[in-house]
Design a binder for this molecule. Sequence first.
Ligand SMILES: C[S@@+](CC[C@H](N)C(=O)[O-])C[C@H]1O[C@@H](n2cnc3c(N)ncnc32)[C@H](O)[C@@H]1O
Length: 248
Amino acid sequence: MNHSETKANYGIDAPPVVRNLILAGVGCFALGMVANLLLAQAQLTLVRSLSLAGFFAGIGMWLGAGLMIWSSLYGKFRERDRLMELIDLRGDEQVLDVGCGRGLLLIAAAKRLKTGKAVGLDLWQAEDQSGNSPRATLANARAEGVFDRVKLETGDMRQMPFADHTFDVIVSSLAIHNVYEKEGRVKALREISRALKPGGRVALLDIQHTEEYSQTLRDLGWMEVQRTALHFWIFPPVRIVMGKKSSG
Ligand SMILES: C[S@@+](CC[C@H](N)C(=O)[O-])C[C@H]1O[C@@H](n2cnc3c(N)ncnc32)[C@H](O)[C@@H]1O
């Protein structure tokens, strides 16, 4: 089979979280079943409540896992398109996708570029996305017909391997929240600001900390910093932070 005939595969986000929700759901449901069996012999209110709580908690966790899988397979492509519309590339930009994973935004950006280049930066952590590797991302770029417009770098967003003022546009999806300490996330935003050209723009999509991203960009003297309303095509729901680095 020719490479370009292979379908791109963008993986499942946070696979350990999905697995734990499924297992915890099984545990709760089993607890509910045991309590229900006891209920058949003893008409205890406490046991009846435990049984119902087990069933509902189990169903809630399976629902959460199902919504996360649905987001990875369908919903996030809608959010990708919305972000691409907001950032509205001309076609000649140097674009960076921070925490690109298997290339969701990287490849979408590359498809809109004529003379520009899309660069993906990542540490390729398997716990953040299934099958995460430069090889998988390059295979997706090939399958989507943008292999020649894509370049990958391995590195940490808190210390990016790029010179100052390299990029016209920087995007990121579901990645910055994976840095657990606020100090690290602020460092990542400072790195984004450093690597961006004066007047350059960002669009950062995430499930949490978006108010913190907006405030950090304002503290760095950025202009036109905006945060969208919650979007529900991804579970947990997301917001996009947009902003423009000052040209001075
Ligand atoms: C949930 S995945 C999202 C991938 C892709 N942006 C998408 O939306 O499909 C998060 C990505 O961030 C990357 N990542 C996490 N911490 C990072 C760090 N400190 N520096 C660079 N990449 C990081 C992970 O390896 C993973 O590829």
